[in-house]
Design a protein around this ligand. Structure first.
Ligand code: TEU
Ligand code: CA
Length: 539
């Protein structure tokens, strides 16, 4: 039997930015509940909820101080139970964000652990003596600087792959693992639909050998987790794995190995950064490379023994039309093109809130407009190192995480209808033109393209299980492919550029399923318009 998540489309909510209900400028759980009818109309099957647990908020909830409490800024546990219930009434499942590579430094475990070396929680974290009065080794934090933080009280360093307020848990301690499994079961018992696993590829870390991702204990731990928590259920589990290859993705998702349902892979994320440099060292995108990676993950992964996710956006990466397409003159057709290309591929699609209305990046003029810890730390570090301020701001405007985190644009009312108070992060000034209200009123809007694509997946097994076959004889910047299931055959064609492009197909098609321009009735020697895309049935 096909698991539900192979036919599903998941919608990611960044709670802080989705819908405020009490005027404090911060999105919350009651706010989300008021928008469930909107999500039901879109047609999604599940919500991936970014963290709403108790947290000091250094990294917007990815620094958790209590896994079994809701942060007061988002509401109460009653609100959470209510969200699960109200979503269920609309056939929507709730996927929780599982952040267990690290905790907050305010978590009771760490508060205890740092008191003294004998503390029973000491070994929940990773402590090392200084080497020659310095950090134990050169491991770096994803948020700039060393991954080791010196702690005065006990004169040792602790490991943090992210902010220093996010100490890494010691997964080699079986008590830690058991505590995490207990916590996961608490949430499973509440009736959630699954887990999105934050930086899960790091849990097999071996810091003394400088090993971060893909450590040798990673898969044994996941198998243990599977067995002790969700293994017997139909939960969706998706691992965030920046360093997965198709082979590694198979290791995670082969049902015979009893690990996860699927992973998020990020191979295309390095396309606009200089070789061997960081994400902030920009280079122009080569659309042919982008196409290659999309095709690689469709063809090299064996979908009979593996599964994958499909996504353009999330809360860590910029808006796709701003980054790789056009968010001005061709914004609407371009957003539809990206949607069509992705949603007809093999795998489970994810939509990030606002993507379905074509929200765009949100540039700043000054560093004090920036909230994201990753961007701020990078800015300070590089400013000290002598970089040019304007160049750094430019990099933040192109790649910074706040781009996708600005409040959801519901209407052209004050603060885009997100809050009656002062929003925690600026609302993109284009909200008067780009908003949900406008999209719902326009039958030709991006929203309805997404709605159609979701419906198509729900009603057609070929979208779920069809083989992917690239058409190689096209312009390099056209992505054209077939999906084939039994004697059924669909054709998907997309011009990835803002230029007209020639395209040629001898086959006669039967029916247009989705399009962003009027598709010519005959596909022989046609000229595709900028960002033109369509899906047609051939047989
Ligand atoms: O992201 C993991 C991660 O590696 C990111 O820090 C990524 O490198 C960066 O955002 C790319 O610019 C996850 C969460 O999605 C992110 O929001 C958290 O900050 C991070 O883990 C720590 O929990
Ligand atoms: Ca609020």
């Amino acid at each position: 039997m096909t698991p539900w998540w192979k036919k599903a489309v998941i919608y990611q909510i960044y709670p802080k930015s989705f819908q405020d209900s009490n005027g404090d400028g911060i999105g919350d759980l009651p706010g989300i509940i008021t928008r469930l009818d909107y999500l039901a109309k879109l047609g999604i099957d599940a919500i991936w909820l970014s963290p709403v647990y108790q947290s000091p908020g250094i990294d917007n909830g990815y620094d958790i101080s209590d896994y079994q409490a809701i942060d007061p800024q988002y509401g109460t546990m009653d609100d959470m139970d209510n969200l699960i219930l109200e979503a269920k009434k609309r056939n929507i499942k709730i996927i929780m964000d599982l952040v267990v590579n690290h905790t907050s430094d305010q978590h009771a475990w760490f508060v205890e652990a740092r008191k003294n070396k004998e503390n029973q929680y000491r070994d929940y974290y990773i402590w090392r003596d200084p080497v020659d009065g310095h950090e134990p080794n050169g491991l770096q934090s994803a948020f700039s600087g060393s991954a080791w933080q010196y702690d005065e009280t006990t004169k040792q360093y602790y490991l943090h792959f992210f902010a220093k307020q996010q100490p890494d848990l010691n997964w080699s301690n079986s008590i830690v693992r058991d505590k995490i499994y207990q916590m996961m079961n608490y949430w499973i018992d509440k009736g959630i639909g699954g887990f999105r696993m934050d930086v899960i590829e790091l849990i097999g870390k071996d810091p003394d050998k400088m090993v971060r991702e893909n450590g040798k204990m990673l898969h044994p731990y996941l198998q243990e987790m599977n067995q002790k928590t969700f293994g017997q259920s139909d939960l969706l589990t998706v691992g965030e794995t920046w360093n997965a290859t198709p082979k590694i993705a198979e290791d995670y998702s082969d049902p015979a190995r009893h690990e996860l349902s699927m992973v998020f892979q990020f191979e295309n994320q390095t396309l606009d950064q200089k070789d061997g440099c960081s994400k902030w060292d920009l280079k122009p995108i080569d659309l042919v490379e982008l196409k290659k990676i999309l095709v690689k993950w469709q063809t090299e992964l064996d979908f009979k023994h593996a599964w994958n996710s499909l996504f353009w956006e999330n809360h860590d990466i910029p808006r796709v039309i701003s980054r790789w397409g056009n968010d001005q003159k061709y914004r609407v057709v371009c957003a539809k093109m990206f949607a069509i290309v992705l949603h007809l591929m093999h795998g489970t699609p994810y939509i990030f809130n606002g993507e379905e209305i074509g929200m765009t990046n949100s540039p700043v003029k000054n560093i004090n407009e920036v909230e994201d810890i990753e961007s701020i730390n990078m800015y300070n570090e590089r400013l000290d190192a002598g970089y040019d301020k304007d160049e750094l701001l430019h990099a933040i405007n192109v790649k910074g995480r706040d781009n996708a985190r600005t409040p959801m644009q519901w209407s052209d009312a004050l603060n885009a209808g997100f809050t009656s108070g002062k929003p925690w992060l600026r609302v993109n000034s284009n909200y008067t033109d780009i908003n949900v209200k406008q999209c719902l009123a326009d039958p030709d809007s991006i929203f309805y393209t997404y709605q159609k694509l979701i419906e198509l997946r729900h009603h057609n097994q070929i979208v779920v299980d069809g083989d992917f076959q690239l058409i190689e004889e096209t312009d390099a910047q056209i992505l054209a492919y077939y999906r084939i299931l039994g004697d059924q055959k669909w054709l998907v064609v997309a011009n990835l550029t803002d230029k007209e492009k020639p395209f040629n197909c001898h086959e006669q098609y039967q029916k247009v399923l989705v399009e962003n321009y009027t598709t010519p009735s005959n596909l022989q020697n046609i000229i595709l318009k900028p960002y033109q895309a369509f899906v047609v049935t051939i047989a």
